[in-house]
Design a protein around this ligand. Structure first.
Ligand code: FMN
Length: 173
């Protein structure tokens, strides 16, 4: 049988954005304190990179208001959000507000990092490397501590809206 070929068009910025609008992702809030007070932002760029040792990566915009803190902090917390807290995701993506003022419920880990009380799970990470990639920084973190709610239904971002996932959305294969 003859191998079929298909031609792709040039990749426009619109294509890039459209592709990722249709690529759902779990929502986290990254929190850290480099000594000037708590900082944090909503992110969907979390990737599980390595199991041994456990490593994650996040892509953080150099222009993000939380970047100065994250660029200096030796550790950070990945707060994995559940589907019952879309407002937290919205709050930590809102510009020009004090994201840690009430109604945000946050605590400090015994190791000093700020963490969100209403997150479903937490990963405490020691910053390993920061690599500049285009207009973002890829931050690699080694997961040194965790508290995970295995029952929590995740918060998912898809096509500019928040969604929940559960048994009703599971497909049989
Ligand atoms: C669902 C969602 C996912 C986001 N993911 C990222 C991300 O992975 N990396 C990033 O740098 N910004 C991400 N952002 C944007 C940050 O939250 C951003 O800092 C914020 O919207 C703007 O606030 P700032 O101007 O104070 O930085 C995301 C926003 C939303 C709503």
């Amino acid at each position: 049988m003859e191998q079929q070929e298909i031609a792709l068009g040039p990749a426009t910025p619109e294509d890039f954005r459209a592709a990722f609008r249709r690529h759902p992702a779990g929502v986290v809030v990254v929190t850290a304190d480099a000594g000037a007070g708590p900082a944090g932002l909503t992110a969907t760029s979390l990737v599980s990179v390595s199991l041994d040792p456990p490593m994650v990566s996040l892509a953080i915009a150099e222009s993000a208001s939380a970047w100065p803190a994250l660029s200096r902090a030796g550790s950070f917390v990945v707060n994995l959000l559940g589907q019952d807290h879309p407002e937290l995701a919205q709050h930590f993506a809102t510009r020009g507000i004090d994201r840690f003022a009430p109604p945000t419920r946050w605590v400090r880990l015994t190791t000093g990092e700020p963490a969100l009380l209403d997150a479903a799970s937490w990963l405490r990470c020691a910053t390993d490397e920061r690599v500049r990639v285009g207009d973002h920084w890829l931050v690699l973190g080694r997961v040194t501590a965790a508290r995970v709610d295995p029952e929590a239904a995740p918060l998912v971002y898809h096509d500019r809206r928040y969604h929940g996932l559960g048994e009703h959305t599971a497909l049989e294969v």
